[in-house]
Design a protein around this ligand. Structure first.
Ligand code: ADP
Ligand code: MG
Length: 206
């Protein structure tokens, strides 16, 4: 299976729908261990992404992802804007000029995105940030041979849930240290929503 520009667009529109529906939940997660703006940040940013993608015709996947990255960087407040922006920019650079994304190229793009995130946030796996979803997803996809929506959904959920027992070492939650244990990391839940929306598109196309 290959992802066409239209599939990438559908992915991000699905993601936007999830962010709108779960804005309150994401905010409550961030209220527990941060400053309570994460739901608002994601809902606003992805609404702008939808606006941009709906008003543009795309013939290659890299352009859809680049516009997404630029929109997130400029429209999402907080730490998560530049971080998600970086992830999508790395993914877009990896797929640059390609009409469609095959699995191998996409998996490599997710790896580049995870590396970019780690560099930008100076974070490693295990520090209770969105890296705890992106890094395992990068490893998981690199070990697979083709897109499988159900497996992506399962893996991303599992990765997101591991953040609950972690003590935060980066971001605002790090101020709480051990007191952050027992709470999910908001950015990891958002990252899970992204992979879940991707799984939905893959399942439809399969
Ligand atoms: P802010 O923390 O500025 O209020 P958000 O609430 O939108 O921004 O985003 C918080 C999320 O950003 C966290 O849940 C975490 O996943 C992610 N995050 C914060 N700092 C870092 C970092 N240094 N590296 C990677 N991810 C980070
Ligand atoms: Mg916040």
């Amino acid at each position: 299976m290959e992802l066409q520009p239209q599939d990438i667009k559908q992915w991000l529109l699905h993601a936007n729908q999830t962010f709108q529906e779960n804005k309150g939940y994401l905010t409550s997660l961030d209220q527990a261990i941060g400053d309570g703006d994460h739901g608002i940040n994601m809902a606003r940013g992805f609404q702008e992404v939808e606006k941009k993608l709906e008003s543009t015709e795309y013939t290659n996947v890299g352009d859809v992802l680049k516009d997404t990255a630029m929109t997130l960087m400029s429209k999402v407040g907080g730490a998560s804007g530049p971080l998600f922006g970086t992830a999508f920019l790395k993914l877009s650079t990896n797929l640059k000029g390609q009409d469609n994304a095959d699995f191998k190229g996409f998996a490599e793009g997710i790896t580049a995105a995870a590396e970019g995130l780690k560099q930008r946030g100076k974070a490693e796996k295990g520090e209770k940030t969105m890296v705890d979803v992106w890094q395992p997803m990068s490893e998981f996809l690199q070990a697979q041979a083709d897109f499988s929506g159900d497996d992506i959904e399962t893996e991303a959920k599992k990765a997101m849930e591991t953040t609950k027992d972690m003590s935060a070492k980066k971001g605002r939650a790090a101020y709480l240290g051990e007191r952050s244990v027992g709470h999910l990391d908001p950015g990891s839940v958002s990252s899970y929503y992204l992979f879940s929306a991707l799984a939905e598109v893959i399942n439809k196309g399969a």
